[in-house]
Write a protein that binds this ligand. Structure first.
Ligand SMILES: C[S@@+](CC[C@H](N)C(=O)[O-])C[C@H]1O[C@@H](n2cnc3c(N)ncnc32)[C@H](O)[C@@H]1O
Length: 323
Protein backbone atom coordinates (compact mmCIF):
# COMPACT_ATOMS: atom_id res chain seq x y z
CA UNK A 1 0.00 0.00 0.00
CA UNK A 2 2.83 2.42 0.84
CA UNK A 3 3.74 5.04 -1.77
CA UNK A 4 0.62 4.24 -3.75
CA UNK A 5 -0.74 7.22 -5.61
CA UNK A 6 -4.27 8.14 -4.59
CA UNK A 7 -6.49 9.25 -7.41
CA UNK A 8 -8.08 12.61 -6.79
CA UNK A 9 -11.85 12.60 -6.81
CA UNK A 10 -12.89 15.85 -8.53
CA UNK A 11 -15.71 14.08 -10.45
CA UNK A 12 -17.68 13.84 -7.19
CA UNK A 13 -17.97 17.61 -7.09
CA UNK A 14 -19.13 17.59 -10.75
CA UNK A 15 -22.09 15.21 -10.12
CA UNK A 16 -25.71 16.47 -9.92
CA UNK A 17 -26.61 17.23 -6.24
CA UNK A 18 -28.51 13.98 -5.43
CA UNK A 19 -25.98 11.58 -6.94
CA UNK A 20 -23.25 13.66 -5.43
CA UNK A 21 -24.78 13.25 -1.95
CA UNK A 22 -25.16 9.47 -2.17
CA UNK A 23 -21.63 9.12 -3.57
CA UNK A 24 -20.30 11.24 -0.73
CA UNK A 25 -22.15 9.12 1.84
CA UNK A 26 -20.79 5.90 0.32
CA UNK A 27 -17.29 7.34 0.21
CA UNK A 28 -17.60 8.49 3.82
CA UNK A 29 -18.70 5.00 4.94
CA UNK A 30 -15.94 3.22 3.00
CA UNK A 31 -13.37 5.69 4.30
CA UNK A 32 -14.40 4.95 7.89
CA UNK A 33 -13.79 1.24 7.27
CA UNK A 34 -10.57 1.45 5.30
CA UNK A 35 -8.64 4.50 6.45
CA UNK A 36 -8.16 3.30 10.07
CA UNK A 37 -6.06 0.44 8.67
CA UNK A 38 -3.63 2.73 6.86
CA UNK A 39 -0.05 3.58 7.71
CA UNK A 40 0.35 7.34 8.50
CA UNK A 41 1.99 8.08 5.13
CA UNK A 42 -0.89 6.43 3.22
CA UNK A 43 -3.38 8.20 5.47
CA UNK A 44 -1.76 11.54 4.62
CA UNK A 45 -1.86 10.68 0.90
CA UNK A 46 -5.54 9.71 1.10
CA UNK A 47 -6.29 12.84 3.11
CA UNK A 48 -5.01 15.10 0.35
CA UNK A 49 -7.41 13.73 -2.30
CA UNK A 50 -10.74 15.28 -1.27
CA UNK A 51 -12.58 16.97 1.58
CA UNK A 52 -14.36 13.80 2.75
CA UNK A 53 -11.17 11.77 3.09
CA UNK A 54 -9.41 14.76 4.65
CA UNK A 55 -12.13 14.96 7.30
CA UNK A 56 -12.07 11.21 8.08
CA UNK A 57 -8.24 11.11 8.13
CA UNK A 58 -8.14 14.05 10.57
CA UNK A 59 -10.46 12.28 13.00
CA UNK A 60 -8.39 9.05 12.74
CA UNK A 61 -5.20 11.02 13.49
CA UNK A 62 -6.89 12.64 16.50
CA UNK A 63 -8.05 9.22 17.79
CA UNK A 64 -4.63 7.63 17.35
CA UNK A 65 -2.95 10.58 19.10
CA UNK A 66 -5.33 10.61 22.07
CA UNK A 67 -5.01 6.90 22.84
CA UNK A 68 -2.18 4.64 21.64
CA UNK A 69 -4.16 1.59 22.73
CA UNK A 70 -7.17 2.46 20.56
CA UNK A 71 -9.49 1.75 23.51
CA UNK A 72 -7.91 -1.64 24.33
CA UNK A 73 -6.69 -0.51 27.77
CA UNK A 74 -8.85 0.70 30.67
CA UNK A 75 -7.30 4.17 30.53
CA UNK A 76 -6.36 6.15 27.39
CA UNK A 77 -2.61 6.48 26.75
CA UNK A 78 -2.04 9.76 24.87
CA UNK A 79 0.93 10.79 22.72
CA UNK A 80 2.47 14.16 23.61
CA UNK A 81 4.95 15.75 21.21
CA UNK A 82 6.45 19.21 21.67
CA UNK A 83 9.55 18.29 19.64
CA UNK A 84 8.43 17.85 16.02
CA UNK A 85 5.28 17.43 13.96
CA UNK A 86 4.88 13.63 14.23
CA UNK A 87 1.61 13.28 16.17
CA UNK A 88 1.94 9.58 17.08
CA UNK A 89 3.92 6.39 16.42
CA UNK A 90 2.21 3.76 14.30
CA UNK A 91 2.03 0.08 15.37
CA UNK A 92 -0.60 -2.57 16.02
CA UNK A 93 -1.71 -2.52 19.66
CA UNK A 94 -1.84 -5.89 21.47
CA UNK A 95 -2.55 -5.72 25.23
CA UNK A 96 -0.81 -9.04 25.94
CA UNK A 97 1.75 -11.25 24.23
CA UNK A 98 0.78 -13.15 21.11
CA UNK A 99 2.39 -16.02 19.26
CA UNK A 100 4.45 -14.64 16.40
CA UNK A 101 5.07 -16.85 13.41
CA UNK A 102 8.25 -17.94 11.76
CA UNK A 103 7.70 -17.41 8.02
CA UNK A 104 10.14 -20.20 7.20
CA UNK A 105 8.46 -22.76 9.44
CA UNK A 106 4.92 -21.47 9.03
CA UNK A 107 3.85 -22.51 12.50
CA UNK A 108 3.35 -20.75 15.83
CA UNK A 109 6.09 -20.75 18.45
CA UNK A 110 4.33 -23.08 20.86
CA UNK A 111 1.08 -24.77 21.68
CA UNK A 112 -1.17 -22.20 23.38
CA UNK A 113 -3.75 -24.57 24.89
CA UNK A 114 -4.03 -24.27 28.65
CA UNK A 115 -3.80 -27.63 30.42
CA UNK A 116 -4.98 -27.18 33.98
CA UNK A 117 -6.09 -24.71 36.62
CA UNK A 118 -6.96 -24.49 40.31
CA UNK A 119 -10.32 -25.35 41.83
CA UNK A 120 -10.36 -22.45 44.35
CA UNK A 121 -13.29 -20.10 44.48
CA UNK A 122 -11.09 -17.39 46.00
CA UNK A 123 -7.31 -17.34 45.79
CA UNK A 124 -6.49 -14.74 48.43
CA UNK A 125 -3.32 -16.26 49.74
CA UNK A 126 -4.65 -17.81 52.94
CA UNK A 127 -6.18 -20.93 51.50
CA UNK A 128 -3.06 -22.25 49.77
CA UNK A 129 -4.01 -21.87 46.12
CA UNK A 130 -1.71 -24.19 44.12
CA UNK A 131 -1.26 -21.46 41.49
CA UNK A 132 0.47 -19.07 43.92
CA UNK A 133 4.22 -18.84 44.49
CA UNK A 134 7.27 -19.42 42.31
CA UNK A 135 8.09 -22.27 39.93
CA UNK A 136 11.49 -23.92 39.50
CA UNK A 137 12.72 -21.04 37.27
CA UNK A 138 11.56 -18.63 40.03
CA UNK A 139 8.78 -17.48 37.72
CA UNK A 140 5.81 -15.99 39.62
CA UNK A 141 2.63 -17.99 39.10
CA UNK A 142 -0.83 -16.54 38.61
CA UNK A 143 -4.18 -18.24 38.04
CA UNK A 144 -4.98 -18.99 34.40
CA UNK A 145 -7.70 -19.65 31.87
CA UNK A 146 -8.64 -23.09 33.27
CA UNK A 147 -8.84 -21.97 36.92
CA UNK A 148 -12.28 -21.90 38.50
CA UNK A 149 -11.77 -18.39 39.97
CA UNK A 150 -12.87 -15.45 37.84
CA UNK A 151 -11.13 -12.37 36.47
CA UNK A 152 -11.54 -10.59 39.83
CA UNK A 153 -9.28 -13.16 41.55
CA UNK A 154 -6.49 -11.53 43.59
CA UNK A 155 -3.93 -13.84 41.98
CA UNK A 156 -4.29 -12.21 38.55
CA UNK A 157 -2.55 -8.90 39.28
CA UNK A 158 -0.96 -8.59 35.83
CA UNK A 159 -3.86 -9.83 33.72
CA UNK A 160 -6.08 -6.76 33.62
CA UNK A 161 -3.80 -4.67 31.39
CA UNK A 162 -2.46 -1.23 32.25
CA UNK A 163 -4.20 0.23 35.30
CA UNK A 164 -2.04 3.31 35.97
CA UNK A 165 -2.18 6.55 34.00
CA UNK A 166 0.62 6.70 31.41
CA UNK A 167 1.54 8.94 28.49
CA UNK A 168 3.99 8.63 25.60
CA UNK A 169 6.16 11.72 25.33
CA UNK A 170 8.66 12.55 22.58
CA UNK A 171 12.21 13.48 23.53
CA UNK A 172 14.61 15.16 21.10
CA UNK A 173 17.37 12.60 21.60
CA UNK A 174 15.68 9.38 22.76
CA UNK A 175 12.56 9.49 20.60
CA UNK A 176 9.27 8.49 22.22
CA UNK A 177 9.40 7.51 25.90
CA UNK A 178 6.91 6.43 28.52
CA UNK A 179 6.00 8.78 31.39
CA UNK A 180 3.85 8.42 34.47
CA UNK A 181 0.55 10.27 34.11
CA UNK A 182 0.04 10.03 37.88
CA UNK A 183 2.03 9.03 40.97
CA UNK A 184 2.81 5.32 40.90
CA UNK A 185 3.56 3.55 44.16
CA UNK A 186 6.54 1.31 44.80
CA UNK A 187 5.52 -2.29 43.98
CA UNK A 188 2.55 -1.35 41.77
CA UNK A 189 2.09 -3.29 38.52
CA UNK A 190 2.78 -0.95 35.59
CA UNK A 191 2.51 -3.00 32.37
CA UNK A 192 3.47 -6.19 30.60
CA UNK A 193 6.04 -6.25 27.78
CA UNK A 194 3.58 -7.40 25.13
CA UNK A 195 4.60 -8.33 21.62
CA UNK A 196 5.12 -11.25 19.29
CA UNK A 197 6.71 -14.33 20.88
CA UNK A 198 9.36 -15.58 18.48
CA UNK A 199 11.55 -18.61 18.02
CA UNK A 200 15.22 -17.82 18.51
CA UNK A 201 15.87 -18.34 14.78
CA UNK A 202 13.18 -15.87 13.83
CA UNK A 203 14.40 -13.38 16.47
CA UNK A 204 17.90 -13.55 14.96
CA UNK A 205 16.56 -13.10 11.44
CA UNK A 206 14.53 -10.03 12.44
CA UNK A 207 17.38 -8.56 14.52
CA UNK A 208 19.61 -8.51 11.43
CA UNK A 209 16.96 -6.59 9.50
CA UNK A 210 16.39 -4.19 12.41
CA UNK A 211 20.14 -3.56 12.77
CA UNK A 212 20.32 -2.57 9.11
CA UNK A 213 17.29 -0.30 9.41
CA UNK A 214 18.61 1.27 12.63
CA UNK A 215 21.95 2.10 11.00
CA UNK A 216 19.97 4.02 8.36
CA UNK A 217 18.51 6.18 11.19
CA UNK A 218 14.93 6.98 12.22
CA UNK A 219 14.08 3.37 13.12
CA UNK A 220 13.60 1.98 16.63
CA UNK A 221 13.33 -1.74 17.17
CA UNK A 222 11.71 -3.21 20.26
CA UNK A 223 12.94 -6.80 20.21
CA UNK A 224 13.68 -7.97 23.73
CA UNK A 225 15.46 -11.20 24.62
CA UNK A 226 14.95 -12.45 28.17
CA UNK A 227 17.17 -15.17 29.61
CA UNK A 228 16.20 -16.75 32.91
CA UNK A 229 18.62 -19.17 34.57
CA UNK A 230 17.58 -21.99 36.88
CA UNK A 231 18.84 -21.25 40.41
CA UNK A 232 21.21 -24.23 39.97
CA UNK A 233 22.67 -22.49 36.87
CA UNK A 234 22.23 -25.74 34.90
CA UNK A 235 19.50 -24.59 32.51
CA UNK A 236 18.45 -21.35 30.89
CA UNK A 237 15.05 -20.35 29.57
CA UNK A 238 15.06 -17.89 26.68
CA UNK A 239 12.10 -15.78 25.58
CA UNK A 240 12.12 -13.50 22.51
CA UNK A 241 9.44 -10.79 22.47
CA UNK A 242 9.22 -8.48 19.48
CA UNK A 243 7.05 -5.39 20.05
CA UNK A 244 8.32 -3.55 16.97
CA UNK A 245 5.23 -4.09 14.76
CA UNK A 246 2.76 -5.52 17.26
CA UNK A 247 2.98 -4.64 20.93
CA UNK A 248 1.72 -2.47 23.74
CA UNK A 249 2.82 0.67 25.55
CA UNK A 250 5.98 -1.05 26.89
CA UNK A 251 7.59 -0.72 23.46
CA UNK A 252 8.18 2.95 24.34
CA UNK A 253 10.14 2.32 27.54
CA UNK A 254 13.65 3.71 27.16
CA UNK A 255 16.85 2.38 28.75
CA UNK A 256 18.52 3.78 31.85
CA UNK A 257 22.02 2.70 32.89
CA UNK A 258 21.10 3.02 36.59
CA UNK A 259 18.34 0.39 36.24
CA UNK A 260 15.56 2.98 36.03
CA UNK A 261 12.44 2.74 38.14
CA UNK A 262 11.02 -0.62 37.04
CA UNK A 263 11.73 -4.15 38.09
CA UNK A 264 11.02 -7.03 35.71
CA UNK A 265 9.13 -10.10 36.87
CA UNK A 266 8.36 -13.21 34.81
CA UNK A 267 4.77 -14.31 35.41
CA UNK A 268 3.26 -17.57 34.22
CA UNK A 269 -0.51 -18.10 34.10
CA UNK A 270 -1.41 -21.60 35.29
CA UNK A 271 -1.60 -23.91 32.29
CA UNK A 272 0.32 -21.57 29.97
CA UNK A 273 3.58 -22.81 28.50
CA UNK A 274 5.44 -19.55 28.37
CA UNK A 275 5.70 -16.81 30.99
CA UNK A 276 5.03 -13.11 30.38
CA UNK A 277 7.48 -10.31 31.21
CA UNK A 278 5.84 -7.84 33.60
CA UNK A 279 7.05 -4.48 34.92
CA UNK A 280 6.49 -3.32 38.50
CA UNK A 281 7.54 0.04 40.02
CA UNK A 282 10.86 -0.54 41.83
CA UNK A 283 10.30 2.70 43.82
CA UNK A 284 7.70 5.46 44.02
CA UNK A 285 7.43 7.19 40.62
CA UNK A 286 6.34 10.83 40.48
CA UNK A 287 3.75 12.12 38.03
CA UNK A 288 5.48 13.14 34.76
CA UNK A 289 8.64 11.19 35.60
CA UNK A 290 10.03 9.06 32.75
CA UNK A 291 9.56 5.32 33.23
CA UNK A 292 12.73 3.36 32.36
CA UNK A 293 14.49 0.07 32.94
CA UNK A 294 17.90 -1.37 32.11
CA UNK A 295 18.12 -3.09 28.72
CA UNK A 296 21.03 -5.19 30.07
CA UNK A 297 24.71 -5.05 30.85
CA UNK A 298 26.29 -6.39 27.67
CA UNK A 299 27.73 -3.94 25.12
CA UNK A 300 29.12 -6.05 22.28
CA UNK A 301 28.94 -3.28 19.72
CA UNK A 302 31.50 -0.69 20.79
CA UNK A 303 30.06 1.67 18.20
CA UNK A 304 26.54 1.03 19.47
CA UNK A 305 23.86 3.68 19.76
CA UNK A 306 24.65 6.61 22.02
CA UNK A 307 22.88 6.50 25.39
CA UNK A 308 21.15 9.66 26.63
CA UNK A 309 19.71 8.25 29.86
CA UNK A 310 21.33 11.10 31.83
CA UNK A 311 22.01 8.99 34.92
CA UNK A 312 25.24 9.46 36.88
CA UNK A 313 26.21 5.87 36.00
CA UNK A 314 25.59 6.32 32.24
CA UNK A 315 28.11 4.33 30.17
CA UNK A 316 27.44 6.45 27.08
CA UNK A 317 26.44 3.47 24.86
CA UNK A 318 23.16 1.56 24.76
CA UNK A 319 23.36 -2.14 25.68
CA UNK A 320 23.64 -4.45 22.67
CA UNK A 321 24.38 -8.11 22.16
CA UNK A 322 24.12 -10.76 19.49
CA UNK A 323 20.68 -12.29 19.75
C1 LIG B 1 12.22 -0.06 22.71
S1 LIG B 1 12.58 1.38 21.84
C2 LIG B 1 12.09 2.61 22.99
C3 LIG B 1 11.17 3.63 22.34
C4 LIG B 1 11.83 4.52 21.35
N1 LIG B 1 12.48 5.63 22.00
C5 LIG B 1 10.88 5.02 20.28
O1 LIG B 1 10.90 6.20 19.92
O2 LIG B 1 10.09 4.21 19.77
C6 LIG B 1 14.34 1.34 21.95
C7 LIG B 1 15.02 2.45 21.19
O3 LIG B 1 14.81 3.70 21.86
C8 LIG B 1 16.00 4.48 21.85
N2 LIG B 1 16.49 4.61 23.24
C9 LIG B 1 16.09 3.90 24.30
N3 LIG B 1 16.74 4.28 25.41
C10 LIG B 1 17.61 5.23 25.04
C11 LIG B 1 18.59 5.99 25.73
N4 LIG B 1 18.81 5.86 27.02
N5 LIG B 1 19.32 6.88 25.00
C12 LIG B 1 19.12 7.03 23.66
N6 LIG B 1 18.21 6.34 22.96
C13 LIG B 1 17.46 5.46 23.63
C14 LIG B 1 16.99 3.72 20.98
O4 LIG B 1 16.82 4.16 19.65
C15 LIG B 1 16.51 2.29 21.11
O5 LIG B 1 16.91 1.49 20.02
Amino acid sequence: MRNRQWASIPELEAQPPQRNQSHSRALFQCAHLILPLLHPSDLAAASSTCKTLHHVAASITADRTSDASGGLEKLPIPFVNAVDDQPYAFFVYAPTQILGSDPRQNRPVSDPFPAWGCECERCDGDIGCPCEGLDSFEVTRECGASCRCGVQCGNRVTQGGVSVRLKIVKDERKGWGLRAGERIQHGQFVCEYAGELLTTNEARRRQQIYDQLTSGGRFCSALLVVREHLPSGKACMRINIDATRIGNVSRFINHSCDGGNLSTVLVRNSGALLPRLCFFASRDIKEDEEITFSYGEIRLKSKGLQCFCGSSSCSGVLPSENT
